[in-house]
Design a protein around this ligand. Structure first.
Ligand SMILES: [Fe+2]
Length: 554
């Protein structure tokens, strides 16, 4: 064969390959995503589904038009998971996804971005959006979503908690496609910029293969999410996607699973799940601990935790809550019951509500709402260390329940508006020593807010108004390095603590200053070690009212 003809055939074949390649890529469409999973302070997983099998190409950078770094996965598949590492904490990144270096399926614009998580222990603060029981493909789901899209324009939100029953009725892939990833009813417009840390609900578990132990469960939920197995951002490795934990800034999050009841009959003999929960929570040194589990320990919404057949919720209350409270869990978030419910600051109620003992259980009987002058104080030292938990059910971010007129006694408020308005979601905000949960209805009406303030040694924080001091105890007295003031207030107030010598001269000003709650407050003073030995007067001032005790410094 003459050389020229051979070359012609070569070029023809090459041209044909190029043509096939272009044609294939041109036909490839985005079926779902991109969406963002397993966010850490160093990495993220970007996921999407294509109409046909392709390679995966992610481009990433500091501006939409400067995606300077490229990551390629050469596997020809439809469900793509690309790990992007080498991120810097809190940095904002833009990205695109595509089939090769040229063909971009989505991104390279303002919408496709994310913020790397804060470094573990970072106290600067963050916000999470929290939704439960949402995947209904109804107008309520859409209105809650649309409200959030407005909210997030003016408020930076870092990540997103899914509280389970993410895709009704059975958590099938086709249901996830419409009710989670879809454009009409789902979160297509949000998934591209807001990473989520999901848990499953009972409806998701309708399609989970449970023939093997919990740690090896499979199904559409597990295919669609990528969560931590190996403590990639703090916590104890769970070695399973069924439950996991992570540290976001200075908060330890525990993503639990209420659908493992089958195995709980053996729990008291030891189970991997229960053992992991205890090992995980007792290992954390973070300022706050937030647990989330689909089926709540307390509710009187579409599910009543007092009903004898509610064994999953009873199981959570009797088997899990005591462990969480033992190690000082601050907040437990749930869904399942299609209402919004929120508790007082409570501790130690594990039975049915008929056994509820307010005197023993309620640590703080105010509503804990800073807008009403209340906050919940939790101590990091002393006899009240770690005591008190707020429980909240957010099970109406799509699904909803008609008003039933019932209120569980652990709760201070409930939102179960009937009809089209019975839905909403929560913004969880943490900053320094303060954790705040705010529930907004689907139209953005602020319905409820609570705040927990961590009371560290030698500072007073939290609180509100003041009137008078019922009692003041100082111990030990004499003291050497450290002294504790136990002050009982009729009403919450701002307190100022200072020390004078016996001639009235001020020797230590504002050794503690801040807000204290109604009831007993413990103020631990450990910053006066340099005070010379001698007799002194410790004074607590509260809006011009003074209460003093004479003390001896050794
Ligand atoms: Fe549920």
């Amino acid at each position: 064969m003459p050389t020229t003809k051979l070359n012609y055939m070569k070029y023809s074949i090459a041209f044909l390959f190029v043509l096939i390649s272009i044609t294939t890529n041109a036909q490839t469409t985005l079926v779902r995503g991109p969406y963002l999973q397993s966010l850490t302070d160093k990495s993220i997983k970007i996921m999407w589904r294509t109409s046909d099998s392709t390679q995966a190409v992610v481009k990433i950078g500091y501006a939409p038009n400067a995606l300077n770094r490229t990551i390629i996965d050469t596997h020809n598949i439809k469900d793509h998971i690309v790990l992007v590492d080498g991120l810097s904490a809190r940095e904002k990144y833009y990205y695109s996804v595509g089939t090769d270096d040229v063909n971009v399926l989505a991104g390279g614009d303002e919408q496709h971005h994310f913020f790397a998580a804060p470094s573990v222990g970072d106290t600067t603060g963050f916000r999470f959006w929290v939704i439960g029981d949402f995947g209904k493909a109804n107008s309520r789901q859409v209105r809650v979503r649309n409200w959030f899209q407005t909210y997030v324009k003016d408020n930076k939100v870092d990540a997103w908690l899914w509280l389970g029953d993410n895709a009704y009725q059975d958590g099938k892939d086709v249901e996830y496609q419409e009710k989670v990833f879809g454009r009409t009813y789902g979160y297509d417009s949000i998934l591209r910029f807001l990473p989520s840390y999901p848990i499953p609900g009972n409806h998701d578990y309708n399609s989970v293969n449970q023939s093997k132990p919990a740690e090896k469960h499979t199904g559409p939920y597990y295919n669609n999410v990528e969560v931590f197995r190996n403590a990639e951002m703090g916590g104890i490795p769970s070695k399973t996607e069924a439950y996991y934990s992570y540290d976001f800034g200075n908060v330890h999050f525990m993503a639990l699973n209420s659908e493992l009841y089958t195995y709980s009959i053996f729990w008291d003999l030891g189970s991997p799940y229960k053992t992991w929960i205890e090992n995980d929570i007792k290992s954390t040194d973070k300022k706050f601990i937030v647990a989330y589990i689909h089926q709540p320990p307390y509710s009187k919404g579409s599910h009543d935790t007092d009903d004898f057949y509610q064994i999953f919720m009873q199981n959570t209350r009797e088997k899990i809550v005591p462990i969480l409270e033992k190690y000082g869990v601050d907040v437990v978030l749930s869904g399942h019951s299609h209402v919004y419910e929120r508790s007082y600051l409570i501790n130690g109620h594990y039975a049915r509500s008929s056994y509820f003992n307010k005197e023993k259980v309620v640590v703080d009987s105010t509503d804990g709402n800073p807008d009403n002058g209340n906050v919940y104080t939790k101590y990091t030292y002393g006899p009240l260390k770690g005591k008190g938990t707020v429980y909240s059910v957010i099970g109406n971010s799509g699904n909803y329940e008609e008003h039933n007129g019932k209120m569980h006694p652990v709760f201070t408020t409930k939102y179960d508006d009937t009809g089209d308005n019975g839905a909403g979601s929560m913004i969880l905000e943490v900053k320094g020593n303060e954790l705040t949960g705010t529930y907004y209805t689907l139209d953005g009406v602020l319905f409820d807010k609570f705040r927990i303030v961590k009371q560290d040694s030698s500072t007073i924080s939290g609180i509100k108004q003041n009137k008078n001091i019922k009692s003041l105890k100082v111990y030990p007295n004499p003291f050497s390095e450290q002294v504790t003031l136990e002050v009982s207030l009729d009403k919450a107030a701002v307190l100022d603590v200072y020390i004078q010598n016996l001639t009235g001269e001020l020797v230590a000003d504002k050794i503690a200053f801040g807000r204290a709650n109604k009831g007993v407050n413990l103020i631990e003073i450990n910053n006066i070690g340099d005070l010379p030995a001698g007799n002194y007067i410790i004074t607590i001032a509260q809006d011009g009212i003074f209460t003093s005790k004479q003390v001896v410094k050794l």
